[in-house]
Design a protein around this ligand. Structure first.
Ligand code: BG6
Length: 277
């Protein structure tokens, strides 16, 4: 079932439910802000102080960073502009009783061209079953090539930051964004302070190992993964989250970031795909 809903302030979202799971996706940013299997706890973290406000990114869920990740393109706002644009629902269909697919699109506007002077089509295909599959397809509709960096900036709900480990990144080179130094990861990642690292050359599955469950993340069309937790001090400075919210989430971001940028020639397209199960 696909229902078009609004919060009291008029903020619009789509709720998709089937016999496997329920998701909620805001039209602003095509932002998946809820995913839970039926009778289970949410897999995505959503800040309980996040405002659903026009022009402001939702804190939690899966913000789409596009056409620039972080400050990879310093001429654009942090994480680009797609997360605060109004997308449109292009179509949806029930594949079977357990699986629903919905497609959102975003095209360039006069406003987007003032920030980034290219013509493009951006499509987000979300397939909902016990697994959440997100595909972000960028097509260059311009007559000149463009460069993108991007990410599904996924916030995962966890029992407590001290309980979790991230597997699948051992032996991968990474840039520590806090020190701007390059290292190679040894073993699983655990957290005892602020963490903001960009892993490169990642082809394998990533595991988020919590006390009572393990989530698997498989990325395609991407070889970079960002792992982020703001910890105590940065959390206090962050908008849209409580001071101790850092205990409740970790971000594992399926990306094309830094050296993993993509150049698209006219008419070319690229798909970034993340499968969460
Ligand atoms: C992460 C970055 O991807 O996003 C962090 O690595 C940043 O440095 C975080 O703080 C949140 O960004 P924003 O723009 O959503 O507050």
């Amino acid at each position: 079932m696909v229902e078009f809903k609004k919060f009291e302030n008029g903020f619009e979202y789509v709720e998709v439910s089937n016999s496997s799971a329920r998701v909620r996706i805001a039209l602003q940013g095509a932002h998946v802000f809820h995913f839970a299997r039926i009778n289970e706890e949410p897999i995505l973290w959503l800040s309980d102080t996040s405002d659903f406000e026009t022009g402001k990114a939702i804190r939690g869920g899966v913000p789409i960073c596009w056409p620039s990740f972080g400050m990879n393109n310093p001429e654009l706002p942090q994480h680009g502009f797609a997360r605060v644009c109004m997308w449109r629902v292009e179509n949806y269909r029930e594949i079977d009783k357990k699986t629903t697919q919905i497609i959102f699109t975003l095209k360039d506007t006069q406003e987007s061209r003032e920030l980034w002077n290219y013509s493009f089509l951006l499509e987000l295909k979300v397939t909902i079953s016990e697994t959440l599959v997100m595909e972000l397809i960028t097509t260059n509709l311009d007559d000149k090539p463009f460069i993108i960096t991007q990410a599904f900036h996924t916030y995962f709900q966890i029992s407590d930051i001290s309980n979790v480990a991230i597997g699948g990144l051992s032996d991968k080179p990474y840039l520590d964004a806090l020190t701007d130094k390059h290292h190679v990861q040894k073993g699983d990642i655990t957290f005892s302070g602020e963490f903001d690292c960009v892993f490169q050359e990642v082809e394998s599955e990533i595991l988020l190992i919590d006390k009572n469950c393990t989530i698997r993340i498989k990325n395609e069309g991407s070889s970079s993964v960002v792992v982020w937790n703001p910890w105590i001090e940065k959390c206090k400075r962050m908008s849209g989250m409580r001071d101790d919210a850092y205990k409740e989430f970790v971000c594992i971001e399926s990306a094309n970031a830094f050296e993993d940028f993509k150049i698209l020639e006219p008419k070319e397209f690229h798909t970034l795909k993340a499968t969460i199960c």
